[in-house]
Design a protein around this ligand. Structure first.
Ligand SMILES: [Cu+2]
Length: 270
């Protein structure tokens, strides 16, 4: 009996302590609404499965103990119970319906591109990323992320200095990603922002992200695409609107375009 209690106790403690860690379920801290919705949905389903686990396991263990052969040499011979069978069909069906409803809502939200926001064209290639801002340039004259000049300390190793291209975005603005590839299939993956989408040659995939607070978020290719796939990092840098305006104007000057007023840049975020 003491062993049984110990087993039950550890079964209870494990998921609770796991759920209370800094990164519940192993997810990185959500940095925007897309990631928050995914993490919340995951945790919601996780706790439902915990409850189901105990509701099923405890009666089974109790039954094994209570109706063991030693204490019950003459077993009951009945079979079937319409009431019980109805209960264990209807309740799981309801649980599945609730999970489906929640998942569907999140999926619709994630797959509906916002009307307003900043459009960014993401192009993957062997082995790196290009980020273009079509609305911030003039016809045929794109504004793009510059070549990296500084070592990315977050992902550098003592023996490897890594340079990553930065996708600079303003905070609290939905970013509409048009994702494609120049050569083979890659995948745009930014875990803290909750987005992973394939970059396919000859096709544009749509997705959106948003950052709630300024910060630097690591992204990487998530499709085995060749020899340097593991080095195909990028950085999403979320900055204040003031800093974003500055960035756009720097890149416009680089492209030989005129400087825009902050108001003009904000008007273009639609
Ligand atoms: Cu790749």
């Amino acid at each position: 009996m003491r062993t049984l209690l110990l087993v039950l106790f550890s079964l209870v403690i494990f998921p609770i302590s796991w759920g209370q860690t800094a990164h519940p379920g192993g997810f990185p801290e959500a940095a925007g609404p897309v990631a928050t919705q995914i993490t919340d949905l995951y945790n919601f389903i996780f706790w439902i499965t915990c409850v189901v686990f105990f509701v099923v396991t405890i009666p089974i263990l109790f039954t094994i103990y209570r109706f063991r052969r030693k204490k019950n040499p003459n077993p009951a011979k009945f079979s079937h119970s319409t009431a019980v069978e109805l209960v264990w069909t209807i309740i799981p069906a309801l649980i599945c319906a609730v999970i489906t409803y929640q998942s569907y809502n999140v999926m619709v939200h994630l797959n509906t591109m916002p009307e307003e926001g900043l459009t960014v064209e993401v192009v993957g290639y062997q082995f790196g990323w290009d980020f273009y801002y079509p609305d911030m340039g003039e016809s045929g004259n794109y504004v793009a992320s510059p070549e990296p000049t500084e070592v990315n300390k977050k992902i550098s190793l003592p023996e490897v200095e890594r340079y990553t291209k930065e996708l600079v975005i303003p905070v609290d603005v939905p970013i509409k990603l048009h994702v494609t590839s120049q050569d083979v299939i890659h995948a745009f993956y930014a875990p803290e922002l909750g987005m992973k989408i394939d970059a396919m040659p000859g096709r544009i995939n749509y997705a959106w992200i948003q950052a709630d607070k300024p910060g630097t978020y690591i992204g990487q290719c998530y499709e085995l695409c060749g020899s340097a796939h593991g080095e195909m990092f990028f950085t999403v840098k979320a900055v204040s609107m003031g800093r974003f305006v500055q960035f756009v104007n720097e890149q416009r000057q680089e492209a030989g375009l005129s400087v825009l007023q902050p108001k003009q840049i904000i008007e273009r975020l639609s």
